[in-house]
Design a protein around this ligand. Structure first.
Ligand SMILES: NC(=O)NCCC[C@H](N)C(=O)O
Length: 400
């Protein structure tokens, strides 16, 4: 499978998705904050909405790959089931040796496909009895889960980011999402479907970076948000790797400083590209931004700082004057807040000027159409409860 991502908008050919599963049925009110959800989703409806999203992509000529299929095939073909479970449990919050031993035995007893479904879905206390009990295991039995679910996995944008011909295997900021990166790490490392993909970041690095913060603005310019989820040190390591240890064409990284708060969770929460010169932005993003410009010089990275309007940053570094910003919700203050809350700025371009957007953000979608953008709308009553949009739910593997 060819990895080729040098744009946010060029024709999308292959995309990575995860269809929500059991994991959404294991979100309960006391876990909402820890699991990064705002409400309890209804799985059946969420799956129907996700299938609608996948169909919209396929109907537009995009090949859809599911991370669970890729992982299952890799583990089966390469006999890596046990090694994966060991590494996966090691990344989990489970430290009690009796519980780890019992969990490993329980998970390995499943067929690979079912095991993959289970490790994503979580394991409840009532699914098996511990044979050995000690004081510490008894304490743990007062909880509801041996292994917490991964309900954010359908936001495939974040754990692994394809950039150029390579990939960032991201260290996710929160414990709730840390395990997610291991899925594609195994696929990229062991699967025959991907060969010799250069890796520009690894999940074992100490600093976090999430794919929602990474935008491939052109074959020379990356934009990476310094956000609640992405550390400047991670950006620095990615820059050094791509500039000096790869044959990529990128020579500029715009590190955009962002408010470190959930409403601005990732750069793509407030800023996405919809055509070669048009961008959809959070209505408050028109103020000046503090941007650190990392330039590839001969031996080391040259860093300059800019306090510019986003439009001026884009004109300067994309070297074009026809840059146009479209505000989420337009000039209607209340619509802007409402639609931003439901990821109105987070659309997925499947070709220049054609985007997939949530139907609920109809004010923004109308504004996009008035600017000549073709908007394909999808339902999201349940998907939205995880606070992510169509761009969050997809990771392009190959664009034209
Ligand atoms: N790129 C994105 O904006 N992803 C959305 C992630 C939502 C998820 N509930 C999270 O808080 O990480």
């Amino acid at each position: 499978m060819k990895v080729n991502v040098y744009s946010e908008v060029k024709k999308l050919k292959i995309v990575l998705l995860h269809r929500p599963g059991l994991e959404l049925e294991n979100i309960e009110p006391d876990l909402l904050e820890e699991l990064l959800f705002e409400d309890i989703p209804y799985l059946k409806k969420a799956q129907q909405e996700h299938d609608y999203f996948a169909k919209a992509l396929k109907d537009n000529g995009v090949e859809v790959k599911y991370v669970t299929d890729l992982l299952t095939n890799t583990l089966e073909k390469k006999g890596l089931k046990e090694q994966f479970v060991d590494e996966y449990l090691n990344l989990s919050e489970v430290k009690n040796e009796y519980i780890l031993e019992a969990l490993k035995e329980y998970l390995l007893a499943f067929e690979t496909k079912e095991m993959v479904r289970k490790i994503i879905g979580g394991v409840r206390i009532d699914e098996f009895k511990l044979t050995k009990n000690s004081f510490s295991t008894v304490v743990h039995l007062n909880k509801q889960f041996y292994l917490l679910p991964l309900p954010n996995l359908y936001f495939q944008r974040d754990p692994v980011a394809f950039v150029g011909r390579g990939a960032l295997i991201n260290r996710m900021k929160t414990k709730a999402r840390r395990r997610e990166s291991l899925f594609m790490k195994y696929v990229l490392k062991y699967s025959d479907e991907f060969s010799n993909i250069p890796i520009y970041y690894d999940m074992n690095e100490p600093f976090s970076i999430e794919g929602g913060d990474v935008l491939v603005l052109s074959d020379k310019v990356l934009a990476i948000g310094i956000s609640q989820r992405t550390d400047p040190e991670a950006i620095e390591r990615v820059a050094n790797k791509i500039f000096y240890e790869s044959d990529e064409s990128f020579d500029t990284i715009l590190a955009i400083n962002m408010p470190k708060k959930r409403a601005y969770m990732h750069l793509d929460t407030i800023f996405t590209m919809v055509s070669e010169n048009k961008f959809l932005v959070h209505s408050k993003l028109e103020t000046s931004l503090h941007v650190y410009v990392l330039k590839k010089n001969k031996d080391e990275i040259e860093v300059t700082e800019e306090d510019l309007q986003l439009e001026d940053v884009l004109k300067k570094y994309l070297e074009r004057n026809d840059i146009e910003l479209i505000k989420c919700g337009g000039d209607d203050e209340i619509a802007a807040k409402r639609e931003q809350w439901n990821d109105g700025s987070n659309v997925l371009a499947i070709s220049p000027g054609t985007v997939i957007a949530y139907e609920r953000n109809y004010v923004t979608n109308q504004l996009l159409r008035e600017k000549g953008i073709n908007v394909i709308e999808i339902p999201s009553s349940e998907l939205s409860r995880g606070r992510g949009g169509p761009r969050c739910m997809s990771m392009p593997i190959c664009r034209e």
